[in-house]
Design a protein around this ligand. Structure first.
Ligand code: ASP
Length: 434
């Protein structure tokens, strides 16, 4: 398979996508100024982006099944898988809890809530956007579930139902793990035909990923143009800039730390890591979905950073669903921020509860646009936030969420990539993989 960057045209893929983002912004901003412009973008340009996102999501489930089965069946034995699993979960927990603590530190240090004027709050309380009710309902559904519900939901009772719903990625991973572990446990002679089939299917899937990624520069123009043509609320963004700035600062710190940790633990040069995952970061920025970006993240790690397939195919899909560092960072900052704005005092105990619920919430959040907002309901309720003020709190965060969601997704997939490199290095040092 050819490298993700540079492409055959000679211009590296990440440069093409970057140009796409700029061109999309110019088209979108231009269209927003013209009568009928946004309508034109919605009808004739946006569909190209939507098709791209659908294609990425279309291949995510078969890619996970084939690639994870191949990865595990290439492992020496089941104990290699359990070591990989333990290390992956350990790193995911460490990075998530670190992100929440970082968020709490920043939001307490900068106190962004003090910068929001009472007029902004009054304006928002008068116009609670329509989407807020849906997000509240979804949040309440998740909150009413028990703690162990996460594990209950992870086990599918019908494989085809799981395969047919992108929101049940964890169930697909569960089945695939069970399937591949059992494959490793049967005699080698019986494993052979399945392994050959899986190898061939894997080659087909990788070809599909290659073809779809070629569309990304054009698709990004469409996605960003639609975003700029349809977004208008610059006034509220300015009012909530203090919250956005603290969140962006936290995300910048995480983005800086990943290559440093990779360099410190594995010796991989900082720029190699940064350049290697750039195409995936740009696709994450344009789609706001870790799940849609998954095929690109996997390809970047395997092709650009030469991380073994058996590691990537396990660590990335699991990470896309349970490891969202920027989402947990956002939970902490947003929860304390709305409490600051609405004068709801938080004691130390409340902040500790935020650490716990924000960590669990980011594990439970879907790898999809705005998923973080839904989970915020749970975090806020856990610290006794008045239910009647919840719509206002969500409206505030939602007003500036779209650009922040794009950045969060970049950080989320970067965290998964960082852990993939760390886990591979640890397994190589332990001689669990060659
Ligand atoms: N959009 C994010 C992702 O897919 C989730 C979120 O923070 O809303 O990674």
């Amino acid at each position: 398979m050819e490298k993700t960057s540079p492409s055959r045209s000679g211009i590296p893929l990440h440069v093409q996508i970057l140009l796409g983002i700029v061109l999309g912004a110019v088209i979108g901003l231009g269209a927003a100024q013209l009568a009928g412009g946004p309508e034109f973008v919605r009808t004739w340009i946006k569909p190209v982006g939507l098709i791209f996102v659908k294609l990425l999501k279309l291949i995510a489930v078969p890619l996970i099944f084939v690639s994870l089965t191949k990865g595990i069946s290439d492992l020496k034995d089941v104990s290699a898988l359990s070591r990989m699993g333990l290390r992956t979960i350990m790193w995911y927990m460490i990075t998530t809890v670190f992100a929440v603590l970082l968020g709490l530190f920043l939001v307490n240090a900068f106190n962004p809530g003090a910068a929001v004027s009472p007029e902004t709050i009054a304006g928002l309380s008068e116009n609670i956007p329509a989407g807020v009710g849906d997000k509240l309902d979804l949040g309440n559904q998740s909150r009413n579930a028990g703690l162990l519900d996460f594990f209950v939901r992870m086990v599918p009772d019908n494989l085809f139902a799981a395969l047919s719903d992108n929101g049940r990625l964890l169930q697909v991973i569960f089945f695939t793990l069970l399937f591949s572990v059992c494959l490793l446990m049967i005699p080698a002679r019986e494993q052979e035909p399945i392994k050959r089939l899986v190898d061939a299917l894997n080659a087909v899937m990788l070809k599909m990923v290659d073809l779809i990624i070629k569309l990304s520069p054009v698709a990004v123009v469409a996605l960003i143009a639609a975003l700029f043509a349809e977004t208008s609320d610059a006034g509220i963004i300015k009012a909530l800039i203090s919250y956005a700035a603290v969140l962006l600062l936290g995300m910048a710190i995480l983005l800086l730390l990943y290559p440093l940790v990779v360099r410190g633990m594995t010796g991989m040069p900082i720029m190699t890591f940064v350049r290697g995952i750039l195409p995936a970061q740009l696709v994450a920025f344009s789609t706001s979905s870790s799940m849609a970006t998954l095929p690109v993240t996997m390809e970047c790690l395997e092709e650009n950073l030469e991380v073994e397939n058996e590691v990537v195919s396990f660590v990335c899909p699991v990470g896309a669903t349970i490891n969202m560092d920027a989402t947990s960072l956002m939970q902490a900052i947003a929860a304390v921020f709305v409490c600051q704005v609405l004068g709801h005092d938080l004691v130390l105990g409340d902040q500790l509860i935020i650490v716990l619920t924000a960590t669990l919430a980011s594990i439970g959040a879907a790898a999809a646009p705005s998923a973080g907002i839904v989970m915020l309901v749970i975090v806020l309720e856990s610290v006794g936030f008045p239910p009647d003020q919840l719509p206002l709190a969500l409206a505030m965060i939602l007003a500036v969420d779209r650009p922040l969601d794009m950045c969060r997704t970049v950080v989320n997939i970067s965290g998964d990539s960082c852990v993939s490199v760390l886990v591979e290095d640890a397994l190589k040092k332990a001689k669990m993989i060659s």
